[in-house]
Design a protein around this ligand. Sequence first.
Ligand code: SF4
Ligand code: SF4
Length: 240
Amino acid sequence: MVPTVPPAVSPHRRPPRGTVRAYFRNIRLALSTAFDGMSVTMSYMFRRPLTIQYPDKIDKPVQEMLPESYRGVLEVDMDRCTVCLQCQKICPLGCINIESCKNPETGNREVTKFDIDIGLCMYCGLCAETCNFDALDHTREFEATVTTPDQMILHFVEKPREVTKLKAAEMPVRKHKGSILQKMIPAFGRRHPQEVWTPTAYAAAPVPALKAPTATPKPAAPVASAAPSAADSPTPEQAP
Ligand code: SF4
Ligand code: SF4
């Protein structure tokens, strides 16, 4: 025997369409659903916000809240670099470009180029791992905003400099992480870890002003004379 299935009965049985009852029911539903939605929205106005405005309303720079092992933009302390080229060889993307030569006058080896293309870098950390002298390392900087692609190539050697012959233990202490980059990328230079950082100090930090375009002098426009002067008017002799 086939069991009988009870007919589906909706708890909110709809009135027939087109009736006055259906019309007012739709209005009531529209108002109640709008109220439900807005009550959720309004409830957030009285809660503590979970989001913060970056970078103006945070207690301290995000960079200082990141772990030491964070892999940010690379920097090189040239006082500790022996130009062993290990980092250049291990980089899978060829981001690091080092050139050196022997100074014919002094006979010492000099490094003439140490470039890192941070636009190409994938922050894998292989180069920093392979450096035995703690010269190349990741910083906690990540706001590497520049205005042109060529600025993404960081030049750590401005003029030829002698390669250090010191052993790792004799080398100078490595510079504070990020301090080298701050001099190279203007956006990094706005923050100074030595100073007490406040949102006001950030806002007051000098931002390099854009150079105003110099106005090119326009050629003087000819003065239009309303009426010909007496000197311009033809003399009776000149008149035909
Ligand atoms: S940064 Fe380190 S690995 Fe790279 S050339 Fe200098 S010393 Fe060698
Ligand atoms: S982090 Fe990786 S990709 Fe970037 S320069 Fe170093 S080795 Fe190359």
